[in-house]
Design a protein around this ligand. Structure first.
Ligand code: NAI
Length: 464
């Protein structure tokens, strides 16, 4: 029986980062992972493979839409789907092997198998029980189920995100249930590959929780790219027959029953925390009414010595939020002061153009009752974005009207997911919009649009 300072359960971005930080702080660490490879959902069947397919399909889109405009004449480009899948697999393997290397480098033991917590301080993997001073639950999330819908990724007709990343062929038609991040990223992939994509969404707007103006502009851009939207539609079930599927839904505005057929249906209606098989009931670990593990300000559950982070606990289900919690929990366990600023967690949708946001939306800022300023700058006024054929979006900065402090920023435009970070740093330093406006930005860059939006919070943008 080995004795550890910390056993982390789950090697996704939350768990593996927690293990590495704890090892760096001098703890003896093991990480339990039952998958064949490290990295969790994000690296194996989530963020990373989807980014590979988004990149490949974006390149294809460029050849169709923009190459000729730039005088680049290529013969008809075709897709070898098996090779595309191979590129995706290589991207994943390169990263999962990287974590294995980091585990070795930091002397972290990978306990292969699925863990059960026998008691505080005891983790069982296979037939072996390991002793440990602390346990971190980093078991992530799984797609939530939808009443009347049976997902079967092997059959490849009604699939979740895992199945949609590995379809045997490019479908002629796809219905996506849910206009959230997963639905729109994967919907974009297949739309660019020539699939007819229809997105059926319960709410009256896409991407719930996002700034209203961004939602509208994003939907307009995606519609132009060929995605069809049915909003205000509650999916009641999916019928499959002869390798095809029919999605039934009720239109909220008139209560009418409608349906849409497709070769493949992607169910992307959210995810739920995954803590099955850990034995939390027996241990008396408190859960929220939605099944998340309850934690205190130091990521500790109500059972001393058992901590939880990432998708298994409340908050946005984002890999980088999990990573930050992983580091902070490790620091708390090592007797240091771990910290996560939940007010400054960026969110990115990796479509083209990208959509990125941090802090308060205009709606949420107004709801706080404070006076706000909104500075907006369209990428039409940004030379670089125009050269990239991606000038349809904008940067929207929200600042407190009295103090000028930046409260939030929303970007729909080229590389928005990279650009958002200057605003994150500014917000971490409690910056005013004027601080960003007075910072010299290189020309010509897309980031200049961020500065222009900050200028628009003051005396005005220059190029608008
Ligand atoms: P989501 O919560 O973002 O969106 C689900 C959508 O489905 C909602 O708009 C909801 O109104 C709709 N819906 C629910 N039931 C429905 C019904 N019966 N009929 C029609 N529509 C229905 O969930 P999603 O896209 O599955 O993503 C899960 C999690 O993974 C999210 O927390 C997301 O943030 C995260 N994620 C983040 C990524 C990123 O940061 N780029 C990429 C992929 C996932």
């Amino acid at each position: 029986m080995s004795t550890y300072d910390l056993i982390v359960i789950g090697a996704g971005p939350g768990g593996y980062v927690c293990a590495i930080r704890a090892a760096q702080l001098g703890l003896k660490v093991a990480c339990v992972e039952g998958r064949e490879t490290l990295g969790g959902t994000c690296l194996n069947v989530g963020c990373i493979p989807s980014k590979a397919l988004l990149h490949a399909s974006h390149m294809l889109h460029e050849t169709h839409e923009n190459f000729a405009k730039m005088g680049l004449i290529v013969p008809e480009v075709s897709v070898d789907w098996a090779k595309t899948q191979g590129y995706k697999a290589e991207t994943v393997t390169g990263n999962t092997k990287g974590i294995e290397f980091l585990f070795k480098k930091n002397k972290i033991d990978w306990l292969k198998g699925w863990a059960t917590i026998e008691a505080p301080g005891q983790v069982k993997v296979g037939d072996t029980t390991y002793e440990t001073k602390n346990i971190v639950i980093a078991t992530g999330s799984v797609p939530s189920s939808l009443k009347g819908v049976t997902v079967d990724n092997d059959a490849g007709v009604v699939v979740d995100s895992t199945g949609a990343l590995a379809l045997a062929k490019i479908p002629s038609s796809l219905v996506v249930i849910g206009a959230g991040v997963i639905g729109l990223e994967l919907g974009s992939v297949y739309a660019r590959l020539g699939t007819e994509v229809t997105v059926v969404e319960y709410l009256d707007a896409i991407t719930p929780g996002m700034d209203g103006e961004v939602q509208k502009q994003f939907q307009k851009i995606l519609t132009k790219q060929g995605l069809k939207f049915v909003l205000g539609a509650a999916v009641s079930g999916v019928e499959t027959e002869g390798g095809k599927a029919k999605v039934n839904y009720t239109l909220k505005k008139d209560g009418s029953e409608q349906s849409v057929e497709a070769e493949v249906v992607l169910v992307a209606t959210g995810r739920r925390p995954f803590v099955d098989g850990l034995g939390l009931d027996r241990l008396g670990v408190a859960l929220t009414d939605r099944g998340f593990v309850q934690i205190d300000n130091h990521w500790q559950t109500n059972v001393p010595g058992i901590y939880a982070i990432g998708d298994a606990v409340p908050g946005p289900m984002l890999a980088h939020k999990a990573e930050d919690e992983g580091m902070a929990a490790a620091e708390a366990i090592a007797g240091k002061h771990g910290h996560v600023n939940y007010d400054v967690i960026p969110g990115v949708i990796y479509t083209t153009p990208e959509v990125a946001s941090v802090g308060l939306t205009e709606e949420a800022a107004k709801a706080t009752g404070r006076k706000i300023k909104v500075g907006k700058f369209p990428f039409m006024g940004n030379a670089r974005a125009k050269a990239l054929f991606q000038a349809e979006g904008f940067v929207k900065m929200i600042a407190d009207a009295d103090t000028d402090r930046v409260l939030g920023c929303h970007i729909i435009g080229p590389n928005a997911g990279e650009m958002i970070h200057e605003v994150c740093v500014a917000m971490e330093f409690g910056a005013a919009a004027q601080d960003i406006a007075l910072t010299c930005h290189a020309h010509p860059t897309c980031s200049e649009a961020v500065r222009e939006a900050a200028l628009a919070c003051g005396d005005g943008a220059i190029h608008a």
